[in-house]
Structures are given as C-alpha cells and as structure tokens.
Write a protein that binds this ligand. Structure first.
Ligand code: ADP
Length: 740
C-alpha cells in the first residue's frame, strides 16, 4: 500500500471518528435534556403533593384489591340474575296457562311446561321447533278437537291467523278434556308471544250457570202453569159465587139480606181482583205479558176509570177532576186494557187513600217525533201521603206502608209493582212525590204513537159569547175556564152560588149566555142556585156538573136544567152541550139510542135457539138465571160429546161452549161440530176460566169465534145473544136485562 493510500485511509478513519463523536455528543445532549426534564417533572410532582414511588406502589396494590372485589361483585350479580331468571321460569312453569315465545321465523324460542304439556310424547318439541310443526302435531295426532274441520285447512287457517294485523283470541278444546283461550301478541323484532289461558273451569262454571238458569226457567214455567191452573180452579167456583150473588141482588130483599148479598158480591169481586193481580204479576215475572196496541181514546179511557171509581169516593167529600191538555190529541196507539189497568190502579189508590179534597188527573203532552207524543200523566191527591222513608220501596212487590196489624185499607201491595212493570213494558217511567199528611202525586211519562182520528161529524158552531161559571173548587174553575176559553168564550168565574147571583143581579140576563154550575157546593148548591135564578126572573140556560147525576133526588129546579153533565167532564161532552145550546133544533146528544136494533124488528114467530155446553152444575144454574128474562130457547149439554149430539138435534143459532170439560173438551167438540152440516157457520162463544195470555189465541185457533172469561157478566152474555140473534127470529128483548 502506498503512502497516499495509507493517508487516504487514515483521513477516512478520522472523518468517521469525528462523525461518531459528533453523533455521541448530540445523543449525550439529548439525554441530558431528558434527564433535566425528568428532574423538573419530579420536582413538579413533588410540589403538587404526589406520592413517592412507594406510595404509588401502595396505591396500585389497593387499586388491584378494588378491582378484584368488583370482579367478585359482578360474579355475584350475574349469579343473582341467573337465579332470578330461573325463578321466573319456575313460576311461569308452575302456572296452568301456557306461555311461549316464537321468533320472526315462527320458531319456538322458549315455552313453559303448560305449553309443552299438550305435546307430551314428542321429544322434538323443544326450542327451535317450528310453529307449523306444532300445529301439525295438534291436528294430525288428534290432540285438538277440530269439530269436523279438515286438519290441513285448520293448520293453514291457524298460520294465516298469525299473519293478520290484529290477532284475535281463539278458543281451542283439547282431546284430553280441557279448553283454552289463545292470545297471540306481536312483540318487538317480529317475535310472537303466545298465552294459552286455561278456561276449563270458567266454561264449566258457565255451563253450570246455564243449567241452573234452565232449571230456574223450568221452575218458573211450572209456577206460571200452576198459577194459571189455580186461577182456573178458583175462578170456576167464583163464577158461581159472584154470578149467584149478582142475581140475588136483583131480587126483592130486606135491607139486611141485601147487605149480605152485596157483601158476598163485593168480596167475590175483590177476590177476583187479587187473583188477577197475582196472575198478572206472575206473567210479568215470567216475561209472558205482551202488549196488544190498538187505537184508543186516552181521554175517554181515563174518564171511564174515573166514573167507575166515583162510586168508591161517594160518602167522602172528594172531587174527581181531570185536566186534559186542550191541544193534545186524544187518540193514541197503545194497549187499552193495560192503560186502563194502570189508570185504575193509580186513581184507585188515590181515591182509596184520600178522605177529603180532590183527586186530579192531569194529562199534558208535546209532539215528539213525527206522529208520536210524549205524554205526562199525573194523579194527584190530597190524601194521607207517604212518609219519605217509605217512598223508596213503594213500587216494590208487596210494599204496603201499613203493616198487617194496623191495616185498614184493602189491597195486595202488588198494584204499584204491576203498574211500574206495565209502564216500563210500554217504554215509560213512573215516579212519585208525596208528603205525609198532605197528599201524593204519582206520575208517569210515556211516548205513544198517534192513532188516526175516528171520523167525526162536522163541527157545529158555538154561538155563545159570555159564560158564567160557579164552582167552589178552584182547580175545577181553572180547568173549565181554559176549556171554555179555548172555544172562544168569555168566561167569568165565581166560587159560590151567592156570588153568581150577585153578578147576575148587577148585569142583565143578556150579559151572560149561559151559566155552568157545579152541583155540590157548600151553602147553596147548583140546584138551589138554579131555583133562585128562576125566582128572580133570570132565564139564561143552566148546565149543571155532577159527580153522580143518576142519584139526584127530585128537586123543583131539575126541569130548569138544560143538561146534567157527568163529572169529571169530558171536553167532548162539554163542547157538544155548548153546540146544543147554541143550536137548539139539534137532537139532545144523550138521547138514548135504541139499544138493540134487533129488538125493534117485528116478531116473526120463531124463538132464537141457544145451546150451552157446561159440565159444572152451578155454572149451568148461573147461566140459566142470567139469561132467564130473554125470549130464547135454551138447551144445556153436560159435556162435549153431548154438545155435538145436541147440535144435531136442536140446530142452535148460537152455542156457548165451556172449554174445560171431561172426556171431550170444548175445542174438540167445536171441531166436531164444524164438520157437521151447518156446523161451519154457527157462532160458537167459548166460556173459559183461563185468563192467561195465549189461552184466547189458542181457543180461537181451535175454531171458536169469541171468548168470554168467567165469572160471566150478564151484560156481556146478553150482548152476545142479541148480536147473534138471527133476522128470522123474534127479538130476545134485552131491555129487560140491561140493568144487571
Ligand atoms: P195496594 O193493593 O196495597 O194498594 P199498591 O201496590 O197499589 O198496593 O200500593 C202499595 C202501597 O202504597 C199502599 O198499600 C199504600 O200504603 C201506598 N200508596 C199507594 N198509593 C198511595 C196514595 N195515593 N196515597 C198514599 N199511599 C199510597
């Protein structure tokens, strides 16, 4: 190697060494910098109170302990969670209801024992099994009762059910004997939660209840039938009692005998009233009572009831008044018999419990919908009233304010209960307001359809202008004033006879066209007033209102009256009399019409023939006595078979047929007669003690024409006979009989 080479090599080595030194120096500087920074950091940490490395070590150890405890806690918590889940499942498994969850692919995720129980014997039934497979097991293995459905169709229907937006509950019955209601709900993520509620017990309970209800209904039917039979059994002898006592009352009797006979008759009728109440009540209880609406006149119906009950009020100073809304129609569609029953009960009670004062029936109404009227009917009395604590139960069965020991009023305590039920049956409501010692007001509201008006005669004009009214009763005056004013009359009211006389003396007779006076007024009654009027030269016409026109004693003023009007006053009657007084050439309205057109036919020599089939001896006697004054030829048959034979031999014009007869009853006998020559046309009137709903329909269906219910009433019997008296027969002369 040349020197040059050696120098070059050395220089190269020196350069390298210098570069390395430079590098080492820079590294040393850097390390010194770091050391300095570390020292500063250490100083800084010390100044902030930080621990020494020993302390840091201690702290690290403590941190480790905490971490270990946290881990232990987490483990315990997890164990508890597992326990809770297990407990939940244990509980879900113990309930009788099935519970299962399915995922959105309709695979079972989880199910409790109750759910799985129905699939016992199928180890494949585990989480993961499809819903379809479960359905297949149920349907194809006969585990569910398909009630005749096809298994494949049932499975498809069950799958389709899960597709619906809202899955309705479904009842399934299983072959092992239980029944369940299945509720399926869609949960989050498309899961379906299925709850299968065991309703076997509930169903059994419902079936037992159903059975119990059927038994109760059967018992109720038996009770109704028993009542119907009892009613029949009681009515038959009662027919004898009431009928015979009625006949007895028509004979000449001493006062004492008359008292006895009247008592027998009224007691018999009261007993029949009770039987009717009990029968009605049992019909209502058994839901057997049906209404038969037909057109009827409401005002007239109430009026008739008032007239009927007026007899009971006689002897006490009670005024029976009616205030029928002037602008309210009178003809409605309702069951007239039942309406009359309601009115009879309410007005009857008012009369029964009132010693003096008045009983006022008010009828008001407003038009409801087309052709319907909302009616409000109240019966107000000034009687004994009802204590507030008794009011609540007053419409209950057998509710009577007095107890048995101090009863002085007759009655069953069923009347108001029946009345309430009847009104409710008609769609109405009943209420009562009352104050003990002051009086009561029973009212009911009802909506009734209007019935078309019966054809009326063209209205006669009323040519009167000024009317004087004398009545001591304020309500009566007010009602009269409104009724008269509605006819366009100018009305002057006064409260007594002397007041009326004073008014008339001050004005000339011509000032008033008419005087309407009440009969019974304190001091000077209507007749005395009329007499005084005539004595002082007044000639104006007088109309008198009386509660009992039939029993007026002879009085010199009687011929001076233009008419005596029955109280309570029917508007129609009042108007007719006003028309009559305005147009004197008219016939008086209440001139009696010939009662029976047949009676005025000329005699032609043949007597009407009547056949009566009746097995009961007393009833035959009652019947014969009731028709004894008639010019008829009466034949009796003692049973159905004898009636058929008698029909052939006597060819009657009319047959009265008892229904319940031994061997061949009235229906069979009528059917047999209808087959005979001439038998199809002969009128047959049933006589029956059965008063239950449906009896009449059944009797008419057997071919009879009419039904009369026992106890027989003479006027009805006579009416039937005169109605069917043939044209070629002599009149039966009912005039002799109409008073009974
Ligand atoms: P009853 O046949 O006893 O009259 P109801 O059911 O018709 O039966 O009446 C029940 C009871 O209500 C009566 O016994 C009576 O105590 C009371 N009552 C009914 N109406 C009136 C009335 N207008 N004034 C006072 N009490 C009455």
């Amino acid at each position: 190697m040349t020197m040059f080479d050696k120098l070059t090599a050395e220089r190269r080595a020196r350069l390298i060494a210098e570069r390395q030194l430079d590098h080492r120096t820079r590294e040393l500087d850097k390390t010194l910098g770091l050391l300095d920074a570390a020292r500063q950091e250490l100083r800084h940490l010390r100044s902030r109170g930080h621990s020494t490395p020993q302390e840091i070590e201690d702290r690290a150890a403590a941190a480790l302990t905490v971490q270990t405890r946290a881990l232990q806690d987490a483990e315990i918590a997890q164990q508890e969670a597992v326990m809770a889940e297990r407990r939940l499942w244990d509980s879900i498994n113990t309930v009788r209801d099935g519970f299962a969850v399915f995922n959105r692919s309709q695979e079972m995720i989880i199910a409790n024992q109750a759910y799985l129980g129905v699939f016992s014997g199928y180890p494949e039934v585990q989480p993961g099994i499809s819903y379809r497979r479960l359905l297949e097991i149920l349907a194809l293995d006969g585990r569910v009762l398909l009630n005749g459905a096809n298994p494949a169709e049932w499975i498809e229907a069950m799958i389709a059910r899960w597709q619906e937006d809202k899955i309705d509950p479904l009842v399934l019955s299983f072959a092992r004997g239980d029944t369940a209601r299945v509720y399926d709900r869609r949960a989050r993520g498309g899961d379906i939660v299925s709850l299968v509620r065991d309703i076997t017990e509930a169903e059994r309970h419902a079936a037992e209840l159903d059975e119990a209800r059927r038994h109760a209904e059967a018992a109720n039917r038996a009770k109704s039938a028993f009542l119907a039979n009892m009613s029949h059994e009681i009515r038959t002898p009662m027919n004898g009692v009431v009928g015979m006592s009625e006949l007895l009352c028509d004979t000449t009797l001493s006062d004492e005998q008359r008292l006895y006979a009247e008592t027998i008759r009224s007691s018999g009728e009261a007993l029949l009233g009770i039987i009717n109440d009990v029968l009605d009540f049992s019909k209502i209880e058994a839901d057997k009572l049906t209404l038969h609406p037909e057109p009827f006149d409401l005002e007239r119906c109430i009026h008739e009831v008032l007239i009927l009950l007026q007899a009971g009020a006689r002897g006490r100073s009670i005024d029976l008044l009616m205030d029928y809304d002037l602008f309210l129609p009178t003809r409605f569609l309702a069951d007239p018999g039942r309406m009359r029953q309601v009115m009879t009960n309410l007005i009857g009670n008012a009369v029964k419990f009132t010693q003096n004062g008045h009983v006022l029936i008010r009828v008001v109404g407003i038009e409801d919908k087309e052709d319907r009227h909302q009616l409000n009917i109240t019966v107000e009395d000034t009687g004994i009233g009802i204590a507030s604590e008794d009011i609540e139960g007053i419409f209950g069965e057998f509710a009577q304010v007095e107890d048995q020991s101090n009863r002085k009023f007759e009655g069953t305590g069923l009347g108001l209960a029946i009345t309430r039920r009847l009104i409710e049956l008609m769609g109405g409501q009943i209420w009562v307001e009352s104050e003990l010692g002051k009086g009561s007001c029973f009212g009911f509201s009802l909506t009734l359809p209007l019935a078309e008006e019966s054809p009326t005669m063209p209205a006669e004009p009323i040519r009167l202008e000024r009317v004087l009214v004398a009545d001591d009763h304020l309500i009566n005056r007010t009602i009269l004033e409104r009724q008269l004013a509605a006819q366009g009359l100018e009305v002057t009211l006064c409260a007594s006879g002397p007041e009326a006389l004073a008014l008339l003396q001050n004005s000339s007779d011509g000032g008033f066209d008419l005087l309407i006076t009440d009969h019974e007024m304190p001091g000077m009654d209507g007749l005395a007033l009329t007499q005084k009027l005539r004595e002082t030269g007044h000639t104006l016409p007088v109309l008198m209102l009386s509660s009992s026109p039939a029993v007026l004693d002879d009085h010199p003023a009687l011929p001076e009256l233009r008419a005596i009007l029955q109280k309570p006053l029917l508007r129609h009657d009042l108007v007719r009399h006003l028309q009559l007084i305005s147009n004197p050439q008219q016939q008086p309205v209440d001139a009696p019409e010939p009662r029976n057109p047949v009676a005025v036919l000329p005699a032609q020599g043949r007597t009407m023939r009547i056949l009566c089939a009746e097995d009961n001896k007393t009833n035959r006697l009652v019947f014969s006595k009731m028709v004894s004054g008639l010019a008829i030829d009466l034949t009796f048959a003692e049973d159905g078979r004898a009636a058929v034979a008698a029909f052939k031999s006597t060819r009657p014009d009319l047959i009265f047929m008892d229904i319940s007869m031994p061997d061949m009853d009235g229906r069979e006998a009528t059917r047999a007669i209808r087959q005979l020559p001439g038998g199809a046309q002969v009128p047959v009137v049933a006589l029956t003690a059965h008063a239950m709903q449906g009896d009449k329909e059944e009797i008419l269906a057997a071919g009879l024409d009419h039904v009369l219910t026992k106890p027989l009433k003479k006027p009805l019997l006579v009416e039937m006979i005169t109605r069917f008296c043939p044209a070629d027969a002599n009149p039966v002369d009912p005039g002799l009989q109409q008073t009974g």
